[in-house]
Every structure is written in structure tokens, then in C-alpha cells.
Write a protein that binds this ligand. Structure first.
Ligand SMILES: Nc1ncnc2c1ncn2[C@@H]1O[C@H](COP(=O)(O)OP(=O)(O)OP(=O)(O)O)[C@@H](O)[C@H]1O
Length: 257
């Protein structure tokens, strides 16, 4: 579990995160949603330990990050897997080499051990046959699978994903969302995903933290987001005509039952 307490982060005079408290549970897909500029990426980078912050604390299984020694921080970082927005794959390497990369950084495994592990996780994301290809030879959906395989190769306890299905068609996006959810449950990982995709919210939003102007405006789940009267949330959710229609149908259904 990750516990965030009263987190504040500024850049110069710009106060970006204004006191966020929440928890992210193990084995669950936790989503951070909100409009562009609300502070999602800054929040995720604080969770990752990439940004320092002025106030508040972040604890991983009770270990407060800021109080750890450099060696302990490194150990914790080795337990974090990250799926970057653009995939961030190395085009000069094969898919297998991309997936082996974190093992080279954080372990002392032999090349054949690393290859075995890389191919094990590539098999898990159904990409074993593509292991000798270059990322540029793979489709967008395949590249996301490679990024997921690379993020889980080190057996992480925490998985952070920044817009994992950006640039994908809706059907492939749902496949990728569900793959992340399955992996989260299978390996009991604490997964935190930044998204503004309402399909992801509906598919895998077991816990949803809604940010607005650097504050937590609401939290709940995919089961409660369509019932809330919180205007900040309804403005966001029903900005799409499709979801306006879904809401009308939901209300009508409940009125008639
Ligand atoms: N390194 C930085 N230095 C200064 N300001 C920054 C930095 N990173 C982010 N910001 C500012 O923090 C605010 C929140 O940005 P952030 O990227 O977290 O938004 P977001 O919710 O992730 O948006 P999007 O959905 O568009 O990615 C913005 O005003 C941005 O300009």
C-alpha cells in the first residue's frame, strides 16, 4: 500500500499540489484522473521519487520515502515498474533487450538468466514470438505490451503508468487496460495509473482519485463515479456526449425500475 499525506509541491511561486492525501491499495488498479494541467503527472513523479516536495509524506508499506537512506531509496526504486506515456523504448535494441534492460540495471543475473526472465514476461504479455524484433517493427499496441513487460520484469511491488493507452484505438486500449489489471491482481502489485480516458475509468477504475487544480476534488470507484453529484466530477465525466447519453439511460432505467 502507498499512503500519501498532505502532499504539497511547488515550482518557484507556482503551487501545483496543494495538500493531497490518499491511499493506493495492493492488488488494485488505482487511477488518477483530472483535466489537463490538474497536476496528475507531477503527482505521479512525486510518487516515483523523481520530484522532491516541500510538505507531506509518501509511505510505501509504512516506509516514508524521504526518511530512507540513499541505499534504501535505491532498493525501493528497484521495486518500482514504470510504463511511460510514449513507451520510451530503445529503438536500437530488440524487444527482448529492451525488456532485459532493468535487469541489467538492478540485478547481477547472467545474460541467459536475464533472457529467460525477459522471455517469461514477454510470454505473459503474449509477445514471445516478437522478441527479436525492433520496437519500430511493432504496432502501437505491441509497443505498449513491451513497455508493460519491461515494467514488470523486475517483479515490482509498485507499477506506475502514465497514460498507458494513449494513441491506441478504443478496442486495443481496453485490451491494454485489462492486461494491466490482470497483472496487478496476479502479482498483487500496487498499481497507479494516470489517465483521462473514461473508458479506462469504466473498465478498471477500482479506486479513482480525481484531481482539480492540485487538490483532490473527489475519490471513489467506477461504481460510484456515475452516481456522484460532485459538480467538478460531473463536469469532467459528462463533457462527452456519449457519457451524457449513458447517464440519461442510467437515470431512466432507475426511474423505471
Ligand atoms: N518541471 C516543471 N517545472 C515547472 N512547472 C511544471 C513542471 N512540471 C509540471 N509543471 C506545471 O505543473 C502543472 C501541472 O502539470 P501536470 O503535467 O502535472 O498536469 P497533468 O494533469 O498531468 O496534465 P496532462 O493531462 O496534460 O498531462 C502545470 O501547470 C505545469 O505547467
Amino acid at each position: 500500500m502507498i499512503e500519501v499525506t498532505n502532499l504539497e509541491k511547488s515550482f518557484g511561486d507556482a503551487h501545483i499540489l496543494k495538500g493531497i492525501s490518499t491511499t493506493f491499495e495492493k492488488g488494485k488498479t488505482n487511477l488518477i484522473i483530472g483535466q489537463s494541467g490538474s497536476g496528475k503527472t507531477v503527482f505521479l513523479k512525486c510518487l516515483l521519487g523523481l520530484f522532491d516536495y516541500e510538505k507531506g509524506k509518501i509511505a510505501y508499506e509504512g516506509q516514508v520515502f524521504a526518511e530512507l537512506s540513499e541505499a534504501e531509496k535505491r532498493d525501493l526504486r528497484a521495486k518500482i515498474g514504470m510504463v511511460f506515456q510514449g513507451g520510451a523504448l530503445f529503438d536500437s535494441m530488440t524487444i527482448e533487450e529492451n525488456v532485459m534492460f532493468p535487469l541489467q540495471m538492478f540485478t547481477k543475473q547472467s545474460k541467459s538468466e536475464m533472457q529467460d526472465r525477459a522471455n517469461f514476461v514477454l510470454n505473459r504479455v503474449e509477445l514471445k514470438d516478437a522478441n527479436k524484433k525492433k520496437p519500430s517493427e511493432a504496432s502501437g499496441g505491441m509497443q505498449k505490451r513491451v513497455a508493460i513487460a519491461r515494467a514488470i520484469v523486475n517483479n515490482p511491488k509498485y507499477l506506475f503508468c502514465d497514460e498507458p493507452n494513449s494513441g491506441l484505438d478504443p478496442k486495443t486500449a481496453i485490451v491494454i487496460d485489462n492486461l494491466i489489471k490482470e497483472i496487478t491482481e496476479e502479482y498483487n502489485i500496487t498499481t497507479v495509473i494516470n489517465t483521462h480516458d473514461m473508458n479506462s475509468v469504466m473498465e478498471i477504475g477500482e479506486k479513482i482519485v480525481f484531481l482539480k487544480d492540485g487538490l483532490k476534488a473527489w475519490e471513489g470507484s467506477k461504481d460510484t463515479i456515475f452516481q456522484t453529484d460532485n459538480e467538478v466530477v460531473t463536469d469532467f465525466v459528462y463533457s462527452s456526449n456519449l457519457f451524457k447519453k449513458v447517464r440519461r439511460m442510467y437515470i431512466e432505467e432507475n426511474e423505471n425500475s
